[in-house]
Design a protein around this ligand. Structure first.
Ligand code: DQQ
Length: 519
C-alpha cells in the first residue's frame, strides 16, 4: 500500500518490518550507540517478544543488527521483556531484563556481552543461574518488571529498582541491592509509592544537576543533585515523572512537591509516547531519552534530557537540516490562516516564535479550559500556531498551538497543544487533542520547535518545557501535497510570527554492511 509507505518515518528509527515497542538497554560502547528494543520478528502485533538490536554512530543513521536475545529458556520463554544496561567501572556491561517464564511469572534475568572487544556487541550470553530475582512475597507474579540501570550506593554496593503495584492500585518501585549482579537482596520499604497510579512499568531513576545542563552518570550523588523518578503508568499508558530528593542511606525518594508526585503531575510527553528510558552518554556528558511512539508499529525519538522538564532533540538531528527558509514578522490576524511557501512539507525542522501584536477587540468568547476541543475553540488570546501536514484546501491539518487563557487574577495561563482531530479523513484512526500547561515568563515570547517526519510530529514548547509527540495518518496531505500554514484562531488579538524552517534530509536506517570495514 503506497500510502502506508508514505507514513514510514524518514529520520525516526523503526524496524524494517513488524512490531516494535519499548526501547531497551541503551548504551554507548566503543564509538557506537546501541539501541535494543522490544520486537516481534514474526508479526506486526505484540507477541513473541525478542530484543531487536541496532547501532548508530550519531543517533541519526542506524544499522540493523541480528537479534540480541530471543525467548529460548524456561525463564524467558514467554518473552524477553524490557531491561536496562549498566556499565561497570571496570568496563564490563551488565544487562538486566524481565523474563516471562513458562508459567508467565515475571522474573529478572542477567545477560552480558560474549565479547567486550566487539564494538557491535553482537553476541549476548544469558547467565546460567537465571533468574536472579523472582517476585518477593506479596508481589503479584505478573506485575513485577523492567529493572532499571543500577546505581552505586555510598556503601559500595549496587542498587536497582523494579516496578510493581500493591493492592492493584498503588504504583511503586522496589529496590534491590547487589554486589555481583547475580545475588540480590530486597531492601526494606520502597523507593517510592503513589496510591491510585496502578502498575508502574519501565521505571527510570536518575540524577540531574540543579545548575547547568550537563547530564550526570546514573551513579552521581552529592550536593547540587536532584533525582528524577519516572514511571510508565500501565493503566493510562502515559509516562509521568517528578523531581525529588533521594536519600542514599534509606534508599527512599521524596518528591519536591507532593502535589506533583509521580503519576499525578508532570508528563514526559503529552502526546503518544510511552515506556521511555534514559541513559548517560559518557562520550558527550549528556543524558539521552528514548521513547516509544506507541499505539503504532513505529518508534523512537532521541531526545536530550537536561534539567527538570526540559527535553530537546539531540544536536545530531541538526545534521539532517538542508535548505532553510526564514519568515520575519508575519502578521496573522485574528481568525486567519497564512500559507508558508516552502514547497513540500513532509520532513521539516521548524523554529517559530510568536508575539501578541495588537489587541483587536474585547472578546465575548467563553474561555474553555486547557486545550479545549482543539484549535477550533476560540478565546481572546488564542489559539495560534502552525498547521502541519495540511493539504491546500485544509481538508486535513494538524494544529500545533499556544492557548494563553485569562485567569481570574488577570494574568495569563498558557497551554501548549496538538490537535489531531482533523489530521486525517481515515475513520479508523485515533484522533485526539493533546497538551499541557506551559510556563511562559513575562519577558518571553511564545516559541516552539516542531519536527515533522511524515506521520510523526514532535513539538517542543518554550525550549522543551512541554513536549507533545503526535502520530498522524493523513489521506490527502501526503507526498507533495503536504503544506505548512500559520494560523491564529484568537478572537481578540493579532499575532506576529518569525520562523526559520529547514527541509530535513532522510537518515540511513538499513542492515549493517558486514562486508565493509566500518571500524
Ligand atoms: N512492555 C514490555 C514490558 C513493559 C511493557 C513487554 C511496557 O516489560 O512493562 O513488551 O510497554
Amino acid at each position: 500500500n503506497a500510502m502506508f509507505y508514505w507514513q514510514r518515518t524518514a529520520y525516526h528509527f523503526q524496524p524494517q518490518k513488524n512490531w516494535m515497542n519499548d526501547p531497551d538497554g541503551p548504551l554507548y560502547h566503543k564509538g557506537w550507540y546501541h539501541l535494543f528494543y522490544q520486537y516481534n520478528p514474526d508479526s506486526a502485533i505484540w507477541g513473541n517478544i525478542t530484543w531487536g538490536h541496532a547501532v548508530s554512530k550519531d543517533l541519526i543513521h542506524w544499522f540493523y543488527l541480528p537479534l540480541a536475545m530471543v525467548p529460548d529458556q524456561w525463564y524467558d520463554i514467554n518473552g524477553c521483556w524490557t531491561g536496562s544496561a549498566t556499565l561497570l567501572p571496570d568496563g564490563r556491561i551488565v544487562m538486566l531484563y524481565t523474563g516471562s517464564t513458562n508459567d508467565s511469572v515475571q522474573v529478572q534475568n542477567l545477560a552480558y556481552p560474549a565479547n567486550l572487544s566487539d564494538p557491535l556487541l553482537l553476541q549476548w550470553l544469558k547467565y546460567p543461574g537465571n533468574p536472579v530475582v523472582v517476585p518477593p512475597t506479596g508481589i503479584e507474579d505478573e506485575e513485577f518488571r523492567d529493572p532499571t540501570t543500577a546505581w552505586l550506593g555510598p556503601d559500595g554496593s549496587w542498587r536497582i529498582a523494579v516496578g510493581t503495584r500493591f493492592n492493584t492500585t498503588i504504583g511503586t518501585a522496589l529496590v534491590f541491592q547487589t554486589t555481583n549482579f547475580s545475588d540480590y537482596e530486597l531492601l526494606d520499604g520502597v523507593l517510592h509509592a503513589v496510591p491510585g497510579t496502578g502498575m508502574w512499568e519501565c521505571v527510570d531513576f536518575y540524577p540531574v544537576a540543579i545548575n547547568g545542563s550537563v547530564g550526570l552518570d546514573t551513579t552521581a550523588l552529592g550536593p547540587g543533585i536532584k533525582h528524577v523518578l519516572k514511571a510508565s503508568l500501565d493503566d493510562t499508558k502515559v509516562d509521568h515523572y517528578a523531581i525529588g530528593t533521594y536519600d542514599m542511606i534509606t534508599d527512599k525518594w521524596t518528591p519536591d512537591n507532593p502535589e506533583e508526585d509521580v503519576g499525578i503531575g508532570l508528563k514526559v510527553d503529552y502526546g503518544r509516547y510511552y515506556a521511555s528510558k534514559t541513559f548517560f552518554d559518557q562520550s558527550k556528558q549528556r543524558r539521552i531519552l528514548y521513547g516509544w511512539v506507541n499505539e503504532t508499529d513505529s518508534e523512537a525519538d532521541d531526545l536530550e534530557k537536561g534539567w527538570a522538564s526540559i527535553q530537546w532533540p539531540v544536536e545530531e538531528v541538526e545534521s539532517l537540516r538542508l535548505n532553510a527558509t526564514v519568515f520575519k514578522d508575519v502578521v496573522v490576524e485574528a481568525g486567519s490562516v497564512v500559507p508558508l511557501d516552502i514547497g513540500t512539507a513532509t520532513q521539516l525542522d521548524i523554529l517559530a516564535e510568536f508575539e501578541i501584536e495588537t489587541l483587536v477587540l474585547n472578546s465575548t468568547e467563553d474561555e474553555v479550559s486547557d486545550c479545549g476541543d482543539g484549535a477550533v475553540d476560540r478565546s481572546t488570546y488564542g489559539p495560534f500556531g502552525v498547521l502541519v501536514i495540511a493539504d491546500d484546501s485544509l481538508s486535513e491539518l494538524t494544529p500545533i498551538y499556544f492557548r494563553p487563557l485569562n485567569t481570574s487574577d488577570g494574568s495569563l495561563e498558557t497551554y501548549f497543544c496538538a490537535d489531531e482531530t482533523r489530521s486525517s479523513k481515515a475513520p479508523d484512526v485515533t484522533k485526539r487533542v493533546y497538551g499541557g500547561k506551559i510556563p511562559v515568563l513575562d519577558d518571553e515570547n511564545y516559541n516552539m520547535r516542531v519536527l515533522v517526519d511524515h506521520s510523526v510530529v514532535e513539538s517542543f514548547g518554550e525550549g522543551g518545557r512541554t513536549v507533545i509527540t503526535s502520530r498522524v495518518y493523513p489521506t490527502e496531505a501526503i507526498y507533495g501535497a503536504a503544506r505548512l500554514f500559520l494560523f491564529n484562531n484568537a478572537s481578540g488579538v493579532n499575532v506576529k510570527a518569525t520562523l526559520k524552517i529547514w527541509e530535513m534530509n532522510s537518515a540511513f536506517i538499513r542492515p549493517f554492511p558486514f562486508e565493509e570495514t566500518l571500524f
